[in-house]
Design a protein around this ligand. Structure first.
Ligand SMILES: NC(=O)c1ccc[n+]([C@@H]2O[C@H](COP(=O)([O-])OP(=O)(O)OC[C@H]3O[C@@H](n4cnc5c(N)ncnc54)[C@H](O)[C@@H]3O)[C@@H](O)[C@H]2O)c1
Length: 271
């Protein structure tokens, strides 16, 4: 007999950054598992395109437009999602990314980094995780159940060269994952869990300028990453889906404040 341990049928997921490469794969996958998907994005065209794709495949989804750092807009979306589907069971904080001006370029030094761009990177990655968590966890606490999944990074564990702002922000995302997990469990019981996934290196829009040369070949950085990865390759978006299902379902019922690393062994590798 099939168990219900990983069953997410009928749940409602709010996914920020849902039109991005990693989170659109998560949205389509969860929809195929019977989850209703609130697609949160900034661009109507991209959000509607993903909703159409999910609906055509037999799933249920709706688009909601906002910037993830806009608390008022997120609160309105919370009301709309609750009016539409009655509950919010899963939040994936996927919106995030990097800005070239916050990086140290190959011929630059730390003194060339733009403080404004550093602030923007921290804002979207850290506050873009904290604010939706505050908004949607409130509904979860009222229901007594919910799972929040943050997108951390290998740079949450040890900073990656060149991307100091992104690394600081993702380290803070993981710190906040643990803090929020403890705070919610202590004050509201074990129903609402907060965990993170730390993906290894996957080629997406937010890291393309670091990983690919203008002629389309892999950059030196991408080659170094693959050399330090025991699997000797970059990850694929679908390789994060098992981690998503585990954290979203009751299979991870006793798991909160943890980070699930999905990286082909990069973090374990020394020499
Ligand atoms: N690709 C990787 O190798 C990798 C590794 C570790 C962690 N991550 C993290 O995974 C998450 C998904 O990234 P991805 O690689 O799919 O990148 P992506 O660029 O394809 O997707 C990120 C999405 O976030 C959205 N976004 C950015 N700022 C926003 C804002 N202020 N409001 C609303 N939406 C906003 C973007 O429009 C985009 O749709 C990010 O948090 C990223 O930092 C990615």
């Amino acid at each position: 007999m099939k168990t219900t341990l990983f069953d997410v049928q009928g749940k409602v997921a709010v996914i920020t950054g849902a039109t991005g490469i990693l989170c659109s794969a998560m949205a389509e996958f969860l929809a195929a598992e019977g989850v209703k998907i609130a697609v949160l994005g900034r661009r109507a065209e991209a959000a509607n395109r993903l909703v159409d794709k999910i609906v055509k495949a037999g799933g249920e989804a709706a688009a909601f437009l906002c910037d993830v750092t806009d608390k008022g807009a997120l609160e309105e979306i919370r009301t709309e999602v609750l009016n539409k589907w009655g509950h919010i069971d899963i939040l994936i904080n996927g919106a995030g990314g990097n800005i070239a001006g916050a990086n140290v370029g190959p011929t630059q030094s730390v003194f060339d980094v733009s403080v404004d761009d550093l602030r923007k990177v921290v804002d979207v990655n850290l506050f873009g995780t904290i604010i939706p968590t505050l908004v949607f966890a409130e509904a979860m606490v009222k229901q007594g159940k919910g799972s929040i999944i943050n997108l951390a990074s290998l740079s949450s564990i040890r900073p990656l060269t060149r991307v100091g702002g992104y690394s600081a922000a993702k380290a803070a995302v993981q710190n906040h994952t643990q803090w929020m997990a403890v705070e919610l469990a202590t004050k509201h019981g074990e129903g609402v869990r907060v965990n993170s996934i730390a993906p290894g290196f996957l080629l997406t829009e937010q890291n393309r300028n670091l990983m690919v040369n203008p002629d389309g070949s892999f950059s030196d950085r991408a080659q170094k990453v693959m050399a330090k990865t025991p699997f000797k390759r970059l990850g694929r978006p679908e390789e994060l889906l098992g981690a998503v299902l585990y954290l979203a379902s009751d299979a991870s019922k006793f798991v909160t404040g943890s980070m699930l690393i999905v990286d082909g062994g990069f973090d374990a590798m020394t020499i």
